[in-house]
Design a protein around this ligand. Sequence first.
Ligand code: AGP
Length: 369
Amino acid sequence: EMLEKGGYDHFMLKEIYEQPRSIRDCLRGRIYPEEGKVQLGGIKEFVDKLKNIDRIIIVACGTSWHAGLVGEYLIEEYARIPVEVEYASEFRYRNPIITEKDVVIAISQSGETADTMAAIEMAKEKGATIFGICNVVGASIPRLTHAGVYTHAGPEIGVASTKAFTAQVTVLTLIAFYIGQQRGTITSSKLIELLTELDSIPDKIQIALKSNDIVKEISEKFKDSRNCLFLGRGSGFPVALEGALKLKEISYIHAEGYPAAEMKHGPIALIDEEMPVVVIATKNSSYEKVISNIQEVKARKGVVIAIVTEGDIEVKKMADYCIEIPDANEAFLPLLATIPLQLLSYHIAVLRGCNVDQPRNLAKSVTVE
Ligand code: AGP
């Protein structure tokens, strides 16, 4: 088993460190930065359909659902198509309005999740076109869908999803750019710029992984916390949700992800000097707004752990702890900001003596509804 873990203490840590490679594998043969072109062989026969659709519905569970939320931001921004993101378990038991004009994207690492499969079957019966984003080649979901894009992250053993999540986000980024390119909602010069940067994201993830030592130090301080709040805005919000899910599933600390501006509508009541608040405070369009949210937390004596863009000065003046990640276009921030949050939950769980790879009550794929 030690051999399989490649020298790492746990599969989860190995999988976190594999991300520069897994993202590169996911991008291979799909992006052509010099030409400003994205190629997705798996869905290319639906290219005419994609030019004319009115709506995309994303269905998934857990971490894959969080990836779907990032996808919503990206697809709406770059392809200008309205997107709805649904929990598969809720969607399947409603009587949702679905037509032949809809494209449903089902996201699943394992490709075996019962609720996601049932949601696909229902949407298929109603005439929708179904795409899959799946990691396990040949699993049930890719067999149920009309077309799809594999994430190529390689086998994920740790129950807590890490490299599969970033690969799902990468595929959704590619889909957003691909549809945008077909519909003419992204100019070719913009696409050249975006793809050139996307090509460098694996290297930037490698740099983000260097935060490991500082994250470990911070983890020592918070290992005995009972609660933790994760805040983000824009596509930082699903990153906050994912950070909270990771922490609760492997360390059993109660954690909640919230859109930073929603804090004042309730969770602010929880804040005191005992409450760690992890804030995605990278330099993007919501930076100034996030700074005022940090001030709100500090005014109530909360302890702020901020994920910041390297070289940041403003947030450093306010936050108790800062973790730097490389600067990037806003489109790619979820891919980078997720890395220190994965490491944070990992170290906290290890320090608490938890079974990181196989947390209690959880299975890698949930084949029962
Ligand atoms: C992630 O860390 C979880 N273990 C879980 O939420 C998972 O993402 C969910 O069960 C969906 O699984 P799937 O991607 O294989 O469909």
